[in-house]
Design a protein around this ligand. Sequence first.
Ligand SMILES: Nc1nc2c(c(=O)[nH]1)N[C@H]1C(S)=C(S)[C@@H](COP(=O)(O)OP(=O)(O)OC[C@H]3O[C@@H](n4cnc5c(=O)[nH]c(N)nc54)[C@H](O)[C@@H]3O)O[C@H]1N2
Ligand SMILES: Nc1nc2c(c(=O)[nH]1)N[C@H]1C(S)=C(S)[C@@H](COP(=O)(O)OP(=O)(O)OC[C@H]3O[C@@H](n4cnc5c(=O)[nH]c(N)nc54)[C@H](O)[C@@H]3O)O[C@H]1N2
Ligand code: SF4
Ligand SMILES: [Mo]
Length: 746
Amino acid sequence: MSLDTTPPLAETDVAVRTHHRTCPLCEAMCGLEILTVGDQVTRVRGDRNDVWSKGYLCPKGAALGHLHHDLDRVRVPMVREGEIWREVTWDEAFARCEELLAPIVHEHGIRAVTAYIGNPAVHNYSLSRYTGALAAIPRMPVIWSAGTVDQWPKNLACAEMFGNAWAIPIPDVPRTDLFIVMGANPHASQGSLLSCPDLLGEIDRIRERGGRTIVIDPRRTGTAERAEEWLPIYPGTDAAFLLAIVNVLDVDDLVDLGTLDGRVRGVEEVLDAARAFTPEGVADACGISSERIRRLAHEIASTPRAVVYGRIGLCNQQFGTLASWAVDVVNVLTGHLDVEGGAMFPRPAIATLSSTARRRGPVRVGRWHTRVRKAPEVLGQAPLSCLAEEIATPGEGRVRALITIAGNPVLSAPDAGRLDEALPMLDAMISVDNFLNETSRHAHVILPGLSSLEQPHCDEALWGFAVRSAVRWSPAIFPRNDRPAEWEILIRLGAILAGTAAADVDVAALDDVLFADRATRHGVVAADVIDTGGLRGPDRFADLAIRSSPWGDGYGARPGGLTLDKLRTEHPHGVDFGPMTPRIDEILRTASGDVELAHDLILDDLPRLHEFIARDRAGLVLIGRRHVRSNNSWMHNISVLVKGRDRCTLVVNPHDAVALGLIDGRRARVTSEAASIEATVEISDEIRPGVVSLPHGWGHDKAGTRLSIAREHAGVNANLLAPAHLLDVPSGNAAVNGIPVEVCAI
Ligand SMILES: Nc1nc2c(c(=O)[nH]1)N[C@H]1C(S)=C(S)[C@@H](COP(=O)(O)OP(=O)(O)OC[C@H]3O[C@@H](n4cnc5c(=O)[nH]c(N)nc54)[C@H](O)[C@@H]3O)O[C@H]1N2
Ligand SMILES: Nc1nc2c(c(=O)[nH]1)N[C@H]1C(S)=C(S)[C@@H](COP(=O)(O)OP(=O)(O)OC[C@H]3O[C@@H](n4cnc5c(=O)[nH]c(N)nc54)[C@H](O)[C@@H]3O)O[C@H]1N2
Ligand code: SF4
Ligand SMILES: [Mo]
């Protein structure tokens, strides 16, 4: 049995077919109903029978057919000679990869080669499992990913507190009565490190049951509009704000660990550290009155089902680790961790990183440093803002070959201009990507993945952040014909890097080895399962993860339990095993076995925060924003999503606009220490004074791309403005929010 083959469609087939499938575009994982006629998608709507999302979808999901049919999408491997791209066969493409990579490995060793893993890999199980394979087969260091522009501070804080970087508690939104949202805008993003369909609808439901939502954000976002209250915080001051809440909890005798009493260490040290952050002391810097801070502390403490949730605005800022840590410090000190309606650890029905970590011991930081800037590694990653200098700086240890996988760092990474200049200096660049875009235009070879509709889909990572223990598997809708899936591409590349001739790579044999290794780590005797079911590739891993979950059959240990086959045949609309339940004992992997709140790596960063709070705040700072019709940098080539008003505008508060002489609709120059760009001004009181906002992911005017629609809506690349050294120090995560800028009319 092979799950990823769909019968070829007859050319004369005009029957309307209905398919059910998970949307792969964001963490909400909506169940879709997709109608097709022949090889055309005719309609996409929410699947009302879906056990998880019950019919919800957003405009991006509705445009999935447009993404599939996009004529610019790369379907055939391409090789670049000078400025000219040539379509080639898969054999030729892999032969060219070998020709490019083998001499580099031979002369400089595997350490001269590396990979960058972008965000869509998380939404694609053919990539997520096998990027590990690409690294493991040749023992290649893969230290670059979108993780260090995204959630690395949260990973670090959770590694310290809970002993597992992926044990990230999520807000139990469907059962909370006080939802405090900091630096997240689910109105656009649909939720992140939090999978919950129709999050904005949940905010309405909180209100309907007498509860409240408070949004703490420099911008009055769509989420803030829907909430009961908006607190316009100054960027980068969240950690101080939350420590002031801790201070009030202490002084007003509100600390109550609830069910975690006796299981938490470091409380006194944290209360000590918070003594310097009084509400009066931080109010001006945060832009929130001391009275409101005090009252909020009391509200959190006195509401049985309350939760603080922080996301990207608290991560990709200068105090990301302190802020992300402080979110859960407040949840712990008010008895809101691991309880219903608070911050909880999901129990996924498909075993994920968060549910399978076994290692105990110290957090891995600083075991090596980057060559040029000497930045310490954090949990195996280097700050993405170091990549350009590692390519461009000559000398022993230079990055000479780069494989980008589902990433567009020329638009999404900080100090983007330098990276754009550095990529042509590579001796070899391979992009595993579905578009010839701002990044892949520098590649020597583009190896395209299948369209999402040409392959099965199963979210492995994301159910680990979901408010319910659900899981779903979707079959391919269209045949892939003789094209390889991405997992096969990655195995092939890995083997080529390990020295196998491209033509000799035995993908199936390597897949068996990788699976056996994984199965052993799950505690399954590999030989027992390899020959059962005939599964291969990511489906075999998904089957393993499903069978190893609490609801799985455990390969016979729990007869009647779930298997991939059962999920596929009996549950086309997914299966749901209910809401989250407390599980701290299973989660904790700290050396002490308790929650550990106080860590030097985190607390040592406090002097930097003190200095920041005391600093003059006369100038402007830049933050980003997302829009529901965008997806980082890569969905601007779909007409139905980009049409209408220009979205890549610089939002400025009316007071600042008057002071600077800016006029709505006219151009302004924005200058940071990294670059100077021009953007159209949009004057609005949705942004607090002192802060301007420009979305990321735009700047599609580069020569040499194949993005005909995006080019007509080019916008400007906000990440040109992000200085490489502006970081959250403990985690190395980029601070792409809170960039000091000057703005003038032109
Ligand atoms: N200023 C600023 N910068 C930011 C952020 C911010 O908030 N502000 N956010 C950051 C965050 S959170 C992230 S995650 C990063 C994202 O950064 P990246 O992950 O590097 O960038 P994306 O724009 O998501 O690019 C995705 C790429 O994957 C390709 N792709 C899409 N689907 C597939 C697929 O199925 N297979 C393959 N092989 N390729 C595919 C697309 O063509 C595109 O090239 O950006 C970061 N950058
Ligand atoms: N439509 C759409 N959906 C997406 C994406 C997308 O690009 N488009 N990207 C996906 C990805 S990769 C991710 S990681 C998630 C991110 O999901 P979210 O975290 O919800 O992302 P944003 O919508 O950028 O919301 C971040 C908020 O932080 C605020 N902010 C900025 N600086 C600060 C600060 O210093 N303090 C506080 N308190 N707030 C601050 C911003 O104003 C913004 O409202 O979204 C995912 N979903
Ligand atoms: S919210 Fe939109 S993009 Fe996200 S999974 Fe649902 S339909 Fe897809
Ligand atoms: Mo992200």
